[in-house]
Design a protein around this ligand. Sequence first.
Ligand SMILES: Nc1ncnc2c1ncn2[C@@H]1O[C@H](COP(=O)(O)OS(=O)(=O)O)[C@@H](OP(=O)(O)O)[C@H]1O
Ligand SMILES: [Mg+2]
Ligand SMILES: [Mg+2]
Ligand SMILES: [Mg+2]
Length: 354
Amino acid sequence: MALQYTTEKQVAIAAVRRACALTSSVFNKLVKSETLTKGDKSPVTIADYSAQAVVNTILGRAFPVDPIVGEEDAADLRQEGAENLRNRIVDLCNEALTADLGLGDRAEWGLGPGQERTLDELLDAIDRGNDQGGPVGRRWTLDPIDGTKGFLRGGQYAICLALIVDGDVKLGVIGCPNLPVGDAESEDSQRGGIFTAVKGQGAEQISISGAKSTPVMIPSMEPGMLNLLESVEAAHADLAFNQQVSNSLGITRPPTRMDSQAKYACLARGDGVVYLRMPINALYQEKIWDHASGAVLVQEAGGVITDALGQPLNFGLGRTLGKNQGIVAAGKDVHGQVLAAVQRARSKASEATQ
Ligand SMILES: Nc1ncnc2c1ncn2[C@@H]1O[C@H](COP(=O)(O)OS(=O)(=O)O)[C@@H](OP(=O)(O)O)[C@H]1O
Ligand SMILES: [Mg+2]
Ligand SMILES: [Mg+2]
Ligand SMILES: [Mg+2]
């Protein structure tokens, strides 16, 4: 039987690769006026908008009826006074869409010389990310730059695209332009990788040039080798809680802190051992585009990903993970003991507040 999702995977990798090139080129030239602050006070840059426009344009050509749940929308760009931003975005997108990468990208995906788009087409492509998600049907979810704060500080960030069918993540692609090729902790000057997984077909790391592909599998870990992969931003996860879990597990290795779903990529290839993200703000709901690609990557690399109660994450609830209470991901021989430590730390915390 032919493998499922082969074309989807090719298109998704092509789209993420072009978005990686675009965002890397923007970083070196970004000026302050090209970053906006959204209603929730988080940053968004011309690179986030352009990456969403490029990926959605490609998906729109290859899979015209598939809805997309994307992080960004073009409302602020349509405002008066945003003309400079709009012009920059058109230039960046057309450079990315028309580049001749010689990687078998097909003209019918809207790629290659002569495939320029107008401003209106690109703004509409950004707004194609307005799907509301849900339990039934097939849809994509896109985070055009996950870890925008990491991107702005020259750290880790990721372009994350996933295909969800009936609430189940079937395909995930994570482009990490700044991740060292070999190991996150290494001084490797060669950077950039694309991680991809298809449900039931395993996970792989592909070089950003497309020349090399290596299977990815979570290595088995000696107990003394455990460490946590956690957010840089203290406002995004409860890092004090992570410290308690770490103590409870007798972990001595320092945590690996990095922005974005690059953390899931590191877990999948064994650069870090336990992904732990507990909510710090009870009102915040995790977004599906922040975890869908990472979830299937971890599972296909031989790991387990659940909430703090050991239940699977639900990607069929809408644009968010709903009432999700934290995320625990690790190799299958480690996950159970981490979950037990998380539950001990939760009981202690609730005893302390009684
Ligand atoms: N309060 C709160 N709680 C949990 N998560 C939040 C919160 N606020 C924002 N976000 C989301 O965090 C995404 C980035 O996650 P990371 O923590 O891995 O990276 S970073 O440290 O923020 O850079 C980040 O994704 P991007 O917006 O794509 O950068 C946000 O969607
Ligand atoms: Mg954001
Ligand atoms: Mg994000
Ligand atoms: Mg983002």
